[in-house]
Ligand binder design. Sequence first.
Ligand SMILES: Nc1ncnc2c1ncn2[C@@H]1O[C@H](COP(=O)(O)OP(=O)(O)OP(=O)(O)O)[C@@H](O)[C@H]1O
Ligand SMILES: [Mg+2]
Length: 369
Amino acid sequence: MTFFGFRSKSKIGVDIGTSSIKVVELSKESGRFKLENYGLFELESIDEAVKVSNQALGDKPVQLTDRDLTWGVKEVLKRAKISTRETVASIPSFSTFATIITMPYLSEEDIAKSIPFEARKYIPIPLSEVTLDWSIINVAQEKAGQFPPSGGQAPGGRPPTVEIFLVAVPKEEIARYQSIMKNAGLNLRALELENSALIRALIGNDLSPVAIVNIGGRSTSILIVDGGFERVGHNYEIGGFEITKSIARSLGISLKRAEELKRSFGIKTSDNNAVREALSSLVDMMAFETKKTIHNYEDQKKTKISKVLLVGGLANMPNFADYFGEKLGMTVSLGNSLARVIVPAGAVRLQAEINSTFAIAVGLAMREV
Ligand SMILES: Nc1ncnc2c1ncn2[C@@H]1O[C@H](COP(=O)(O)OP(=O)(O)OP(=O)(O)O)[C@@H](O)[C@H]1O
Ligand SMILES: [Mg+2]
């Protein structure tokens, strides 16, 4: 039974990845989120049919059409028996342009006027083809407390500077996602960047510098969050799919079998280390890129990143977090996207996997609309 004003209507977060579609349904009960339902749809199952017909044998992930994706979204909702239609969906990081710009802080109105001019310097496609969004992440004053909160010149000093997180999303991408959601019968309330959803789900009120590494099927993204805001976001085209391919090649087995071995042995040391050897150089590359990003940030900002959180499907690979931590020389843990969510007893067993694989979807479903 629900009481008006006590339990709010639930919402779903929909994360369309390159290897699977993830959906999480959350409700809010007395101010706390509660996991109502979730579901995952492996896109490889649509993929398989295409691969068999063109004998490409998966040298790269097959590009699915928007119709396939619509079908996949409908299918996951049906299988998980999710009836809520209120939706927040994500836009993948690799299709957006994000940067941090620094400018003098006069007033917010002034910033709004200057943004399009500034954006032109950083965004490689015409501004008429993108939607711009920005938020102030930091105001640097000469001395603490010396700048007026509404901007303007600090008494006796130069104007403070402001750091702005600027993002441009191609309008075409927005329209694509709108139509996929609409055709799936969903009521899309907001579209959001993957990284913003991750920050909401994983960081909470933590203001210390944290690195989040999201390893998906096609790519890995490395995100540095400081003061609760995204400061660095990098994408690398290595993900779980490359790892599966590498296992298949070195052992001369099918992709399907390689995927099974990846999930059961991962990077564990065992009597037979063939799987570990087949994938370790790719994981080493991921660790190397992560380390570089972390060190660059630490040097530049004269700060120390003490926490590395892993999310994405590959984070569940046996022994991955420990191995990655060793390579980084840092403590690495799995991101806990359900830390602030009430989890019903029936889902507790799967909590570790939901935490990392569904982290983006959890963050999306947490968004106020
Ligand atoms: N238990 C597991 N062990 C090892 N690998 C796993 C496990 N579960 C999922 N994966 C791998 O994780 C990858 C998919 O992760 P995820 O669902 O985060 O990707 P995606 O969001 O669809 O892709 P992308 O973010 O690159 O678009 C696949 O390569 C899959 O094989
Ligand atoms: Mg993903």
